[in-house]
Design a protein. Sequence first.
Length: 262
Amino acid sequence: MRSDPTFVRGRLQLADGRRLTYSDTGPRDGVPVVYCHGAIGTPLGEAVGLEAMVAELGVRYLAISRPGIGGSDPAPGRTVAGFGADVRELVDALELERLAVVGVSAGGPYALAVARELNDRVVRVAVCSSLSPLCAPHRTPGMQRRIRLALSVLAAAPGLCAALGDLAVPVIRRHPELLSRVIAAHAAPVERRLLQRPDERSAASTSFLDAASEGVRGMIEDYLVYAGAWGFAPSEVNTDVHLWHGLEDPLVPVEHALQLAV
């Protein structure tokens, strides 16, 4: 019989002195699942339907904010591979021996990094709409021109983009619907329909505002990290990996999934 679900927002001090922020939702004796968030982070409060979902599935759901995002301290010079060591320290502190890992979009590379680091402690990995080492996201074949242009500016002038982004955060905090409109404009049709729901619109803005609690620079640096060399090859992951990808994904074209599957 599973224990009652709980929600904990935690912060672990790592061996190098940095602090790693995470949320821990679900029964303490549930199956541990580490979630690696996308580009705009994950809400460290309750996500839409999460409590009921983890209770039904018997999952202990750990959502970890990467360095510089959502209250986790920055890690200058980091690579995608380095995140695996951060997660190792967290799951060791929580005394978790076996776990599954999920990564969505920009979180896909990090999920693979965790599986590589923890090796046989990870029973399975799911990556959804993941990036690959195919090329930097702003150079991906098939990506819409306006998205590629915006990401190219981000890569070329990260400092300027961070300054402009920090000016936008207070505006979004006052008018969160603006962010939902931007996301919907670049989303696939099914996602646009989902964003018509008030709870989903609220979750999108909450995720961004949590991630940008100390400014947007962390999210921009995160982009530069996964757009560059990962520090490992996907072939180094020995765990069972499941790939999920939408054929009409406008942000991460399916070429990335095909590259990972090779």
